[in-house]
Design a protein around this ligand. Structure first.
Ligand SMILES: [Zn+2]
Length: 153
């Protein structure tokens, strides 16, 4: 049975660019529009994240059309992904280090308040496949490096 997703407990987070000034002319950046807003399921609960895009208001700036966003917000999840990178790393760890089944991975995630249906876990498994034989997988810092590898891959 398909159940409706409950986002009522989602914690709201708003992100602005880390740099407050234009890197080209030094003017103070101004808010332009909402770059994106989405729910992200993490091991610490569900977040409602809004990322604002800023632009330089200086008409004579050498890069007047450039948009600036928070790199921290971008690092929370992969593009088009609803799961936080911590969930992706956890699933990769459960699969490759602990050889868990999808069903077991689902139960472990649910215990950590990160609900995921079996199909989504399967997709994460599939997407984490290329990390399996990588140098990073064999590192003791696998979960962190797995994230780096996934972003960089
Ligand atoms: Zn500027």
């Amino acid at each position: 049975m398909k159940t409706a997703k409950d986002y009522s407990q989602a914690k709201t987070l708003i992100y602005k660019p880390e740099n407050k000034h234009c890197p080209h002319c030094g003017s103070k950046l101004k808010r332009s529009h909402t770059a994106w807003r989405k729910h992200i399921i993490t091991l610490r609960g569900t977040l409602l994240v809004t990322s604002y895009a800023y632009r330089c208001p200086n008409a004579s700036c050498p890069e007047p059309g450039a948009l600036y966003r928070s790199t921290e917000a971008e690092a929370l999840s992969l593009k088009y992904y609803q799961y936080g990178l911590d969930v992706v790393a956890k699933v990769g760890h459960l699969r490759f280090r602990e050889y868990r089944t999808i069903r077991k991975a689902r139960r472990i995630l649910r215990d950590r308040h990160a609900r995921a249906n079996p199909h989504n876990i399967f997709l994460i498994y599939k997407n984490s496949k290329r990390a399996k034989n990588s140098y990073y997988f064999h590192s003791s810092r696998f979960p962190i490096l797995f994230i780096v590898h996934t972003i960089g891959g």
